[in-house]
Design a protein around this ligand. Structure first.
Ligand SMILES: [Zn+2]
Length: 498
């Protein structure tokens, strides 16, 4: 048989293979959707990409995304591709893509006015992705809040046995379709009404499938350590791996508590519980304003504890479809000239537009670094693909870690940081054949300049793409060339175990 030439060879790159091992200089050959050779490649290729001076790593895996509907509505997914992300894990924080009727409510909160085309269950959702593919790969978590809303007569209550059975059936449909796990959002309606035993009951269904339990925990403020304990108990009791989502200590009064929460993680791991966390690299958070008000985190809410309440300057409207003039303005600015407390301003804003998104300035830089340094922490953007002025983490997360926290501030080594965005993430979320630069693996690759890489997304220009990302390949197809989207859409729905 004659020697087949490669489709392309990337030559002379500093290869960071995703395992955490030291970078080394070499070539990577790709044929079809796979990496076929790594090292010194002599065979001919239809195309050569000269990459000396650039780093070549596996495409980044965003383990914490909320792009369930964005991948259908905006399949080019520039926000992610232009920062080197080649796989999105969707369905985080209890917000899932099925059942369709309940998912459509979430879709409307992200993208008001757009209709979610019908599909049936997770099988239907993943098939819809394959039918009209986005530019990146998509793996899905089943969202607990979404199945709970579908399964219960009144989701404001605790669940009955019958209702738990319905939830479990919906979860099992997702797992059979290839979902990689179950997520909860225990500050949100209706997930917050679930008792621990309901979650353990559902998590047991994950054990047989080898799937993961991820959680936006009940309390990331003064109750942080108790919440971490609850999350660990779910994993330990149900016998499943657990992932603490966007690990942080929220609110001044809780700053420093991550030392204890990380110690809890270490202790649990030492006794054999498979627990880890993920993080976005910012000191501000973002969520729906309704949850912030319901949890009474804003100054002027009677139950807000001292040091826990956010001031009017610390809560900024990210996106309001009804009042775009609020986008980028703080509660203090919106309430100026009135005698309202920040809490009252927030309630007035919500009365006019219940679907408002907010940015919350509430973490400490020291805690961000402490969590990042912990060996189990993965990187996930928690990006919220809304209109208006979304949190800059949507477009900046991966470049910000590699620029600010690796090159400029030496919080992590380069290979270690890449490992937490690629190989470690693929192993944790069961993404087979992804996350490493190795022969036989899928050619999800990113070429970047470690000396130039930097996030450029800011609160006022949140969709500005990062600097220093040269080329991005998904399943062997070039999606970003010299920093520009090629409009190719080679993404796939990823199914656990397949
Ligand atoms: Zn969350």
């Amino acid at each position: 048989m004659g020697e087949r030439s490669h489709d392309f060879v990337i030559r002379g790159a500093s290869i960071i293979d995703g395992s955490g091992a030291a970078a080394w200089t070499g070539d990577v050959a790709v044929r079809g959707d796979r990496i076929v050779a790594v090292g010194e490649v002599r065979e001919p290729a239809a195309r050569s990409v000269e990459a000396s001076g650039l780093a070549l790593s596996p495409g980044f895996i965003d383990v914490h995304s909320h792009d369930d509907f964005a991948v259908l509505f905006e399949p080019e997914m520039s926000a992610k591709l232009l920062q080197g992300v080649t796989t999105d894990v969707v369905g985080n924080c209890g917000l899932g893509a099925a059942p369709h009727r309940e998912a459509a409510v979430t879709a409307a909160a992200f993208t008001p006015g757009r209709m979610l085309a019908p599909y049936e269950g997770y099988a239907g959702y993943l098939a819809a992705i394959d039918r009209d593919p986005p530019s990146l790969n998509v793996a899905a978590l089943v969202g607990h809040g979404t199945i709970r809303a579908a399964a219960m007569e009144n989701p404001a209550l605790e669940s009955s046995e019958v209702e738990r059975g319905r939830m479990r059936a919906l979860l099992e449909e997702g797992l059979e379709a290839g979902a990689v796990g179950l997520s909860t959002g225990l500050i949100y309606e209706p997930g917050r009404n679930a008792r621990e035993d309901e979650i353990i009951f559902l998590a047991r269904a994950l054990a047989g499938a080898g799937a993961l339990y991820t959680s936006h925990m009940r309390d990331e403020s003064l109750g942080l350590v108790d919440s971490v304990r609850e999350t660990i108990r779910v994993g330990e009791t149900a016998g499943v791996a657990v992932q603490i989502s966007h690990h942080k200590a929220a609110g001044r009064a809780a700053w420093g508590m991550v030392r204890e929460s990380l110690r809890q993680i270490d202790e649990a791991r030492a006794r054999g519980v498979d627990v880890a966390a993920d993080q976005y690299p910012y000191t501000s958070a973002s969520t729906i304003l309704a949850a912030v008000v319901q949890n009474r985190w804003i100054e002027g809410a009677s139950a807000a504890g001292a040091g826990r309440a956010l001031g009017g300057d610390e809560v900024v409207i990210a996106s309001s479809a009804k009042h775009p003039e609020w986008d980028g303005r703080s509660l203090a600015e919106i309430g100026a000239g009135t005698h309202e407390s920040p809490f009252e301003t927030a309630r007035r804003v919500l009365a006019e537009d219940p679907a408002v998104w907010a940015i919350l300035h509430m973490m400490s830089e020291d805690d961000v670094r402490e969590v990042m340094r912990h060996p189990t922490t993965l990187i996930g953007s928690d990006g919220l693909p809304t209109g208006g002025k979304p949190h800059p983490r949507l477009c900046g997360t991966f470049a910000r870690v590699l620029g600010r926290y690796v090159r400029d501030e030496h919080v992590l080594g380069l290979e270690d940081a890449v490992h937490r965005m690629t190989g470690a993430s693929a192993l944790r979320f069961g993404l087979e054949g992804r996350g490493f630069v190795r022969p036989g693996f899928f050619a999800d690759l990113v070429l970047f300049d470690p000396k130039r890489i930097a996030d450029r997304a800011t609160p006022s220009d949140p969709r500005c793409p990062p600097d220093g990302i040269a080329n991005v390949f998904v399943n062997g197809v070039e999606v970003v060339r010299d920093g520009h989207h090629t409009h190719a859409r080679p993404g796939r729905a990823l199914r656990r175990g397949r």
